[in-house]
Design a protein around this ligand. Structure first.
Ligand code: PHE
Length: 453
């Protein structure tokens, strides 16, 4: 089947540029806000173990699937499933992805706003201005959340309007290595503090009794979220790839860097919690379980920065929250790019009109969430934990049983001629046909079953 990529949709300017942009999409709040909280909530290393399984058995194969579908068709997620011309109904897979992306972006924006407001929290802490410091630190302040999420959305719209190569690539190139560096430096610092080693043990010592279906469900949702899978973000990014690029290699780099940043974030934040505990901050509930979730990053880390020599603490704190905001920005860009590319391709909207129109629609939802934070958990459950694995399941079934893995392999071969003899080439078809869909299916239906029984 011949599918021609449509012209003037833009392309990545280089291989490194693409990998950085895709890694920029993957690396974000998922790694630094969501992952450590989930580890803390779910028994430490037991979660890490299952998470790594999900990343390699499900995440990586589906990442390759999405990129391959994207490059084959050169289209947005809806257009891509239509372009195969098997049945018009397959477009609903892409459509579901767009819905999930839209809803995820709505709450992601609010959390991204928190990270940016903590830049100011650090500054006013340094200058000893308690009232202002507390204002910026207050996660429950609706007006403040609304202002910051609006700011974040406008920034995202501005970059998306700039187009593919200029906007997305440039933004990512500098920020990823810096984020990596600051994590390493902070880890070095946290281990000079009393209590950190206790945190390390909690992080790395698995308690196998914690491994349940529910843990699998959470780890699976987290893997999809963190790798930007299941909603067509990587179909869209793959559509800007040229035929010579090596998809498995790119996917491997993206997966490994995402995993590395998450692992490092855990290595910083869990010990930082125990250091805070050592300094008298309460981190356990009345049952002796770790308190955590939403506020974890925003309690443990400022506490750590404030315990440093004041000026060094200021510089580290500002740098950290600034970089985290930027990491979030490269993810919001990819979330908004999905519906934007959809209306550009399918309805012939201009990029600017698409970015502004959809961006403002998402923002209106973010404003509602700003005042009712309980919606974050609800949206995360529906569109992330359930929505993304469901999307991934449909994508892998489509690729394996409708398009067929040997056709997908032919597409991969155009940028990786030795694929048939590689370890990847032998394993991947088996993974997308059986392992990934089966694993998602079991976890998924078991969870739905237990929700309703
Ligand atoms: N992967 C991003 C993060 O970890 C979030 C994201 C999800 C981005 C889905 C795009 C698509 O922060």
């Amino acid at each position: 089947m011949e599918i021609n990529q449509s012209d003037n949709r833009g392309n990545w300017s280089s291989k490194v540029g693409f990998i950085l942009a895709a890694a920029g999409s993957a690396i974000g709040l998922g790694n630094i806000w969501a992952y450590p909280s989930k580890v803390a909530d779910n028994g430490g290393a037991a979660f890490i173990l299952i998470y790594i399984l999900c990343v390699f058995l499900v995440g990586f194969p589906i990442m390759v699937s999405e990129l391959t579908i994207g490059r084959k068709t050169g289209k947005n997620p809806v257009g891509a499933f239509k372009a195969f011309k098997f049945s018009p109904h397959f477009k609903w897979i892409g459509f579901w992805g767009i819905v999930c992306g839209f809803m995820i972006l709505a709450f992601y924006n609010v959390v991204a706003g928190w990270t940016f407001s903590y830049v100011f929290e650090e500054i006013f802490h340094y200058f000893g201005n308690e009232p202002l410091k507390n204002w910026f630190a207050d996660l429950g302040n609706g007006h403040k959340n609304a202002i910051f999420s609006a700011f974040f959305m406008l920034l995202t719209i501005a970059i998306i309007t700039g187009g593919v190569a200029e906007g997305i690539e440039k933004a990512t190139k500098i920020m990823m290595p810096m984020l990596f560096a600051i994590l390493i430096i902070m880890i070095g610092f946290v281990f000079t503090r009393e209590g950190a080693v206790e945190g390390l043990v909690y992080y790395l010592k698995p308690d196998f009794s914690k491994i349940t279906f529910d843990l699998f469900f959470k780890a699976m949702g987290q893997a999809f979220f963190s790798l930007s899978l299941g909603m067509g973000a990587l179909i869209t990014y793959g559509s800007y790839l040229n035929k010579k690029s090596n998809i498995p290699e790119a996917a491997f780099y993206v997966t490994m860097s995402d995993l590395a940043i998450a692992f490092l974030a855990g290595l910083l934040i869990i010990p930082a919690m125990f250091v805070a505990h050592h300094n008298g901050v309460n981190i356990f509930d009345q049952h002796g379980n770790l308190l955590s979730s939403t506020s974890l990053v925003f309690t443990a880390l400022p506490d750590l920065f404030h315990s440093m020599q004041p000026f060094i603490g200021l510089v580290s704190g500002v740098m950290f929250f600034l970089l985290l905001s930027m990491a979030a920005l490269t993810s919001t860009i990819s979330l908004l790019e999905v519906p934007v590319s959809y209306v550009i391709d399918e309805f012939k909207w201009k990029r600017k009109r698409a970015a502004i129109g959809i961006g403002l629609a998402v923002l209106s939802l973010s404003l509602v969430i700003s005042y009712d934070l309980s919606l974050i958990d609800l949206f995360a459950l529906l569109f992330n934990d359930i929505g993304l694995p469901l999307g991934g399941l449909l994508i892998s079934i489509f690729l394996a049983y409708v398009w067929k893995t040997n056709n997908a392999m032919a597409e991969i071969r155009s940028g990786y001629s030795e694929v048939d003899n590689s370890f990847f080439g032998k394993l991947w078809p088996f993974m997308v046909k059986y392992v990934s869909p089966l694993l998602i299916g079991i976890v998924f239906f078991q969870t739905i079953y237990s929700l309703f029984s």
